[in-house]
Design a protein around this ligand. Sequence first.
Ligand code: KG4
Ligand code: ZN
Length: 331
Amino acid sequence: MIVLGIETSCDDTSVAVVKDGVDVLSSVISSQVKLHAPHGGTVPELGARKHVENIIPVYKEAIEIAGILPEDIDRIAVTNTPGLRPSLNVGISFAEGLAKQLNKPLVYINHVYAHGYSLMLHSDNYTPPCYPIILLIVSGGHTQLGIANSPLNFKIIGETIDDAAGECFDKVARMLNLPYPGGPVIDKISNEGDETLIVFPRPLMKEDHYNFSFSGLKTAVKYYIRDKNLVPTIEETDNYETEISRFHTIDIAASFQEAVVDVLVEKTVRLAKEREIPRIGVAGGVSANSRLRHKMIQSGDNNEIGVFFPAMKYCMDNAAMVGGLGNFIES
Ligand code: KG4
Ligand code: ZN
């Protein structure tokens, strides 16, 4: 079955063609990063307007790269929740119009489940895990840990009680005056930083439940910067005269990243051991993080647990995961 996936939940316009749920024939993503960067975050109304401009060219390109005709599509799958409503609506309207025009069935996809499913897409040198898996979803909007028994059966055991992990990366990056989106930048500069220099809190890490909290960690970074009088935070720019040295920025970034990664790894591996499920999958934008990948794999190795990450191209928002999951929904 050929499924056309459509994803416009945030700031990427993406259309993909996926065969039999796993073979990605095309996955086209038009990023809006440049549009939103000057604002330090996604501006919903601007984003929606850009999706309107992009959706038809991106669709045409996806069809062309896949080498199919519109009539070859068996089903259309579109993300309908969660996300920015004006942005979601662009994808939904386009999908509904196309489904009518082509007379094809349309299914609606939950974005978080689609991230989880990204672990099952085929790509070079990657063998997907079999179910059940301990699944950690870490993105800009979500941090959820649970057990995936099938593509559509995800039992959540713990989740963040405040900020999502990616949101925390983005906010700390802003405090350090790093460009948007902050996660990839913190990841990159942390490579050269000393992650042991500052011991930031690991919130809820040792508690015997599986919820997360990142708001206190974000505040700890903010107070560290303020107390050392190091760098202007975005909202306090006028009160500061000194600039943080490039050297110390990378140490703060690395120490912060280490705290997030330690909490995510500790809780995920503990759940895998407790439930005796020797497979961990991590998905969502933060699953691209190199330190998270390294430490999760290392801890998995120490505990005889297989650790799976989607191919880099399927970590961030993309329509391939939507088209893939669309294969499994009754239409
Ligand atoms: O899944 P995604 O593309 O969108 C949402 O569903 O939210 O995730 C975006 C989030 C952003 O917060 C971004 O900063 C974060 O993922 N992110 C990263 C990395 N790449 C993206 N965070 C840490 N390290 C990265 N390499
Ligand atoms: Zn996402």
